[in-house]
Design a protein around this ligand. Structure first.
Ligand SMILES: Nc1ncnc2c1ncn2[C@@H]1O[C@H](COP(=O)(O)OP(=O)(O)OP(=O)(O)O)[C@@H](O)[C@H]1O
Ligand SMILES: O=P(O)(O)OC[C@H]1O[C@H](OP(=O)(O)OP(=O)(O)O)[C@H](O)[C@@H]1O
Ligand SMILES: [Mg+2]
Length: 285
């Protein structure tokens, strides 16, 4: 039987969350990452542990059928590779930064300047779009140090919390793109493996939906139920069950996890008691 070949980062920022999401969709992987290749026990899947930066080429060549990869890397070197699902972790930006004291009033200020980066294609595209000519200095890591050692006037690199920029005396001046981990697919995937990918994607979607939502249970006097239903955002058809206590009910529903905390005081003020908020593992539509 055919197996879907999926690449994940061997080690680095994407590794833990990639393995976690595969585990959460119920796939258990046999071997440790030292094997470079491992089979799933209970799903037709083989995992290849690779460098994030090498994955676009493996996808293009059809060496792997799919990958969990940083979207920014695909934008840099993944033409023809399609993204089928955003996975909601490893969020970051690819930004231009300059020394804190430097004057910057717009992209035109980069004309003739030296820019250090590990993402040359992304930078070239941005400069061309803005009709600016600059000199690129391509380096593989520790890009933020380049202005301090006199190697560049500006950098383009990943920014997340901004602390690396801060520590190196730099300020973010332009955001070129926003990125997160994604599920990408090879243009050469076979129809048979596409079927397996569809199954995997279905499971991923149910886990991602679950991660976005909370299951809420609360008790309330019957005469307050209508008000409470109206307070809860995006509530669709809550379950209402009578409690043993006369005149009271229990109300159950699923709500977006970001919305719940905003209304909790309102709920309490309107008579809700014993509020429980539980995680959801899977939400199958
Ligand atoms: N500070 C960060 N915060 C959030 N996400 C990040 C951060 N740095 C990188 N990422 C995301 O995680 C991906 C992997 O980053 P990481 O630094 O682990 O590997 P890499 O050096 O880019 O790749 P390779 O596996 O080829 O060594 C990046 O492509 C980006 O999408
Ligand atoms: O805005 P921040 O939260 O500080 O994150 C940004 C930093 O994180 C990444 O480096 P990483 O730590 O992955 O090291 P690397 O250069 O070895 O990949 C990236 O290259 C930036 O340097
Ligand atoms: Mg890194």
């Amino acid at each position: 039987m055919s197996k879907l070949k999926i690449a994940v980062q061997k080690s680095g920022r994407l590794y833990d969350d990639s393995m976690k999401i595969l585990k959460d969709v119920g796939i258990s992987i046999d071997n440790g990452k030292d094997q470079l290749k491992a089979s799933a026990k209970n799903f037709p899947l083989e995992v290849f542990y690779l460098r994030n930066g090498d994955i676009p080429q493996y996808l293009k060549d059809g060496v792997v059928d799919a990958a969990i990869i940083g979207e920014n890397v695909l934008i840099e070197k993944g033409d023809k590779i399609s993204v089928v699902e955003k996975l909601g972790f490893s969020s970051c930006k690819v930004s231009i930064a300059v020394p804190k004291a430097a004057k910057y009033s717009g992209v035109a200020d980069l004309e003739g300047k030296r820019i250090a980066t590990s993402y040359p294609n992304t930078v070239i595209q941005f400069l061309e779009k803005n009709n600016v000519k600059a000199h690129l200095h391509i380096i593989n890591g520790s890009v933020e140090i380049a202005p301090n050692i006199g190697l560049a006037d500006a950098i383009v690199d990943i920014v997340s919390s901004g602390s690396t920029l801060y520590k190196n005396g730099l300020k973010e001046v332009e955001i070129l793109l926003k990125s997160e981990a994604v599920l990408a697919v090879s243009p050469l995937i076979s129809p048979e493996n596409q079927q397996i990918l569809n199954k995997l994607q279905f499971r991923l979607q149910s886990v991602l939906r679950g991660r976005q939502s909370k299951y809420v249970l609360l008790n309330a006097p019957n005469d307050k139920l209508e008000t409470i239903v109206n307070i809860l955002p995006g509530m669709n058809s809550p379950t209402i069950l009578p409690l043993a206590k006369e005149g009271w009910s229990s109300l159950h529903s699923v709500i977006n996890k970001n919305e719940f905390w905003e209304v909790i005081d309102e709920l309490k003020k309107n008579g809700a008691e014993g509020i429980l908020v539980c995680p959801i593992e899977n939400m199958v539509l």
